[in-house]
Design a protein around this ligand. Structure first.
Ligand SMILES: Cc1cc2nc3c(=O)[nH]c(=O)nc-3n(C[C@H](O)[C@H](O)[C@H](O)COP(=O)(O)OP(=O)(O)OC[C@H]3O[C@@H](n4cnc5c(N)ncnc54)[C@H](O)[C@@H]3O)c2cc1C
Length: 248
């Protein structure tokens, strides 16, 4: 199902994020998304191309000339306000180019985008003895959703690779531990930090979202070596760093 989302508020939340608040007709199913990592696919159309209202994105894509086709990118539903019927997405600001970040940088009330979803595949297990949550900036909105939905926040061990400070992140107070690193400033990575963590005893779950090489290769390998059951390890590569930047 696709939805026409209209921007009602857009602000530069920090050096790291543009925060955009959307509304739209019939977006109830997006507001009810319950997965810990619930996300939408956003369709960005080229300048000057506006699809008809209530268009079926899949059919429309095929019927348009290649130059008029939208490009899609995935974004987490960072927050919803059921009373105002709005949803918020936090877009990472980056200077590597790309339709998603470029659109967010200039979006203002009245701007629009099409969304498809919601989708998601993880929710924190209330029975887990501990949940290790690892994310970089694009993964932080999903990590925050998971933190907000965790039944036992004291059991969470959070490590973020981010330029944001504790104050800017403003995570719930009861989280077991929060460690911030900034791999753009030093040599430490999410993998280095997770290796330093004393793994809690019992049933440990992992939620990792971020750069593909770091999450899938470095972190995936580490948790396999540790022997954690694969069904307790939820890892997803959210973006791919340019080749020269891969070994962060
Ligand atoms: C399920 C899911 C949920 C996601 N949720 C979010 C979210 O809530 N917020 C969010 O910001 N991102 C999120 N992402 C990641 C986002 O979809 C990607 O970062 C996407 O590539 C951004 O598109 P773009 O058009 O800006 O750049 P692209 O056109 O995809 O890439 C252009 C260039 O920019 C680089 N690049 C892409 N993303 C980044 C980045 N974040 N930092 C630095 N360089 C980058 C690429 O390496 C490439 O060289 C999510 C991804 C998935 C799969």
């Amino acid at each position: 199902m696709s939805y026409l989302l209209k921007v009602v508020e857009a602000s530069t939340h920090s050096d790291a994020f543009r925060r955009i608040v959307f509304t739209g007709k019939g977006i109830g199913p997006l507001l009810k998304a319950s997965d810990g990592d619930a996300y939408v696919k956003l369709f960005f159309f080229p300048e000057g191309v506006k699809p008809p209202k209530d268009a079926d994105m899949k059919k429309l894509r095929k019927s348009l000339a290649p130059k008029d086709r939208p490009q899609s990118r995935s974004y987490t539903i960072a927050a919803v306000n059921k009373k105002d019927k709005t949803l918020t997405i936090d877009f990472t600001r980056h200077s590597n180019g790309g339709v998603g970040s470029a659109w967010a940088e200039t979006a203002a009330p009245g701007s629009w985008v099409y969304a498809f979803g919601p989708r998601g595949k993880y929710s924190p297990d209330p029975k887990a003895d501990a949940i290790i949550i690892l994310a970089d900036n694009p993964g932080i909105p999903a990590a925050r959703r998971v933190i907000e939905r965790a039944k036992h926040p004291k059991r969470l061990r959070v490590i973020f690779d981010t330029t944001l400070s504790h104050e800017e992140l403003d995570l719930p107070e009861k989280v077991g531990s929060v460690t911030l690193i900034d791999s753009t400033r030093g040599k430490t990575t999410l993998r280095d930090e997770v290796e330093r963590l004393t793994l809690p005893r019992g049933d440990v779950e992992v939620f990792a979202r971020g750069e593909k090489y770091v999450t899938k290769k470095l972190l995936g390998q580490y948790f396999r070596e540790l022997g954690l059951p694969s069904k307790r390890v939820s890892i997803s590569g959210y973006w791919g760093a340019p080749k020269s930047d891969k070994k962060r």
